[in-house]
Design a protein around this ligand. Sequence first.
Ligand code: NI
Length: 158
Amino acid sequence: MALREIRLQGDPVLEKKCRPITEVTPRIIDLINDMIETMYEANGVGLAAPQVGILKRLVVIDVGEGPIVMINPTIILAEGEQTGSEGCLSVPGKAGQVTRPNHVIARFYDEEMNECEVEGTELLARAICHELDHLDGHMYLEKVEGKLYDVNYDADEE
Ligand code: NI
């Protein structure tokens, strides 16, 4: 496993639409393992493949309950509303207020290409929405209400 360089705001790779994964090759497994390691090293709760320069529909999330690896994820239910602080590993040291659904169900494939579902509320719902936005070239900055503020810790960053 190896750490990957996290691309920062302004890098064009963060504005592109990602392509589906059709086959879980050894290279994809390496990418998944590297993304998990990179996310933990950066104290993030989620990381999307474009953030390490790879335009594939793959995200990893860990809100403190162990890593979830999501291949070709889609949101099949989103309801309710939550407004809270949100950050991104591609925008280090900053956070802003973002409104997201408070309850989300997402469908995805795991590393064996089994179809799976995950249901999340609160932070997990927020992380799923945030990371899936990255796969379509969208950053949370588009949704920030008011001004970005400085954070001097990164435990809440996604
Ligand atoms: Ni992000």
